[in-house]
Design a binder for this molecule. Structure first.
Ligand code: NOJ
Length: 567
């Protein structure tokens, strides 16, 4: 495995700093809290952390609205704390990548404050300003977060463009000064020793400068409503085409790939750094070696039910689409998506299905990215009143829908719970203690803690229980690390018609592993006709396996996870 890069071998773990661990007892997670939990992460067996934005921010979009690209939010600590965190992680052989938001800054960033101060301000051209047309905005584009993409600024009589909220004005990447300032920020962190970046929203960096109207067949509110009423993820996916038309002049516009190449060449000046893009598109791998090192396999997670057929189809398409030399990256959850435990559960076998989900991302070919809290089975939290929600864009969408369509309170709150992102951002549950052990008793956490910490969904209750989900995570992560074929091996599907189980081989130099995931609640027998007739069990969630499992009749218990090394 020596010819693989660290990020090809690593398992990543995403930390949402506000919600991970509160080190100073103010109800907000911080860097001290993270440092205190590094031993926990080392024990868990992860190799790298992706830290969601840690920068000063007015928190209109939970930190994805940056007010200073080279500092640390005071509520999270200081730059020295960040250096301490980096050192402490590195001492434990844990790499750290930061989140980098290139598309937009906060409206409170001094760059934007200057830019909006007058038409002649030297920073005017750092953002996208345009005159209105016929008393309205420059065109009919929408913001991806709802409502028009243009905000009128009465002080200077022009509109500025924002793909996300109006508090997140888009930077003008055609301006070389913007590029210079951002590349300086990139170098600042690389010089400090960070191992790379997760790049936010790269698809939206450029927009068509001619500003043509979109020609989508429905309004955005109609699209939202159709989305809110969709009964399955598949139904929701049918809205992808009208959504694409709506955003056709705002997404993946000319120039973005050249920009990624430029960024890659900067990052390549430093040894061994990584760029992973918040995009599902393989086009961002460039030729396989000149844009991003990784792009998330988002298509894999876009379903309500991970079935063998779904996974096989995803792998077939994804692996074939990757340019030569490109490395896959698999994930099932993050701070924008429903909790894995809730999303892929069926309400009856959730604990077993959560194990299947982990086994899947750890055994498919590519770098796995886990989201904090998955390891203890954190579920989607249900917030009760609109006042509890902190996901501002979704609260605004609620207002927009309620105003345009009229929507009873309870129904609207349910909708924000379903569509909003607070449900997967609630504080990490460390113990069966007040506030789930996230912050001291009597302190109000920034988002309510999911009360199921009292039902065993917490670290302290699971850490010494060999049957817990946490122990399963630790075990699987250790096993993966010791199994070269699971890290470096090719992927070859088996039994492609099987409806209930997923079977595939991973083959690297000197080792072939068989992975069989019984994704059903029925026991079954898998009859394999391979070069080898037996396998040595490396892992079975059923516990009773030996050194020569008969592959011609492999008995699989319901939801069993089997990993064996071919003889
Ligand atoms: C993607 C981030 O993951 C999401 O949380 C954020 O709201 C948008 N980009 C805008 O930055």
């Amino acid at each position: 495995m020596t010819d693989l890069k660290w990020w090809q071998e690593a398992v990543f773990y995403q930390i949402y700093p506000r919600s991970f661990a509160d080190g100073n007892g103010d109800g907000i997670g911080d860097l001290h809290g993270i440092i205190d939990r590094l031993d926990y992460l080392q024990e868990l067996g992860i190799d790298a952390i992706w830290l969601s934005p840690h920068y000063p921010s007015p928190i209109f979009d939970c930190g994805y609205d940056i007010a200073d690209y080279t500092d640390v939010a005071p509520e999270y600590g200081t730059l020295d704390d960040l250096k301490r965190f980096l050192d402490a992680a590195h001492q434990r052989d844990i790499r750290v990548i930061l989140d980098l938001v290139l598309n937009h800054s906060s409206h409170q960033h001094p760059w934007f404050v200057e830019s909006r101060s007058s038409r002649s301000n030297p920073r005017r051209g750092w953002y996208v300003w345009r005159d209105g047309v016929d008393g309205g905005p420059p065109n009919n584009w929408y913001s991806g977060f709802g409502g028009p993409a243009w905000e009128y600024d009465p002080a200077t009589g022009q509109y500025y463009y924002h793909f996300f909220m109006k508090e997140q004005p888009d930077l003008n990447w055609h301006n070389p000064e913007v590029k210079r300032a951002m590349w300086n920020a990139v170098r600042f962190w690389l010089d400090l020793g960070v191992d790379g970046f997760r790049l936010d929203a790269i698809d939206t960096i450029f927009e068509d400068p001619a500003l043509p109207d979109h020609t989508a067949p429905m309004t955005q509110v109609e699209l939202y409503w159709a989305d809110a009423c969709a009964k399955s993820e598949e139904e929701r996916q049918r809205l992808a085409e009208p959504r694409r038309q709506m955003e056709q002049h705002q997404i993946e516009q000319p120039g973005v790939h050249e920009l990624m190449q430029e960024l890659r060449s900067i990052v390549d000046e430093y040894p061994d750094r990584l760029l992973v893009g918040e995009t599902g598109k393989v086009s961002y791998y460039g030729d396989g070696n000149n844009e991003l090192h990784l792009a998330f396999n988002f298509p894999l997670m876009k379903t309500d039910r991970l079935t063998p057929a779904w996974v096989r189809a995803n792998q077939e398409e994804r692996l074939a689409a990757l340019p030569a030399g490109a490395w896959p990256c698999n994930t099932l959850g993050n701070h924008d998506a429903p909790r894995v435990y809730s999303r892929y559960g069926d309400g009856q076998n959730d604990a077993a299905l959560a194990r299947i989900s982990l086994a899947l991302v750890l055994t498919l070919r590519g770098t796995p990215v886990l989201y904090s809290g998955e390891e203890i089975g954190m579920t989607n939290a249900v917030l009760e009143g609109i006042g509890q929600f902190k996901d501002t864009p979704l609260v605004r969408r609620y207002v927009q829908l309620a105003e345009e369509w009229g929507s009873p309170q309870a129904e609207a709150v349910a909708m924000v719970n379903r569509m909003g992102r607070d449900k997967c951002r609630t504080p990490m549950q460390w113990a069966n203690a007040p506030n789930g052990g996230f912050c001291p008793a009597g302190v109000q956490p920034w988002l309510p803690v999911n009360p199921n910490y009292a039902q065993g969904v917490n670290v302290a209750d699971q850490v010494d229980d060999p049957g817990s989900l946490l122990s399963f995570y630790r075990h699987m992560l250790r096993m993966r690390k010791q199994t070269p074929a699971l890290i470096a091996g090719d992927y070859a599907p088996l039994h492609e018609e099987a409806e209930d189980y997923l079977a595939f081989l991973r083959t690297a130099a000197g080792q072939t592993c068989l992975v069989v995931l019984n994704m059903s609640d029925q026991a079954l027998t898998v009859c394999l006709n391979l070069d080898a007739s037996t396998a040595r069990s490396l892992f079975s969630s059923n516990g009773q396996r030996g050194h020569a499992d008969d592959l011609s009749r492999l008995q699989m218990a319901p939801f069993e996870i089997y990993i064996g090394e071919l003889a």
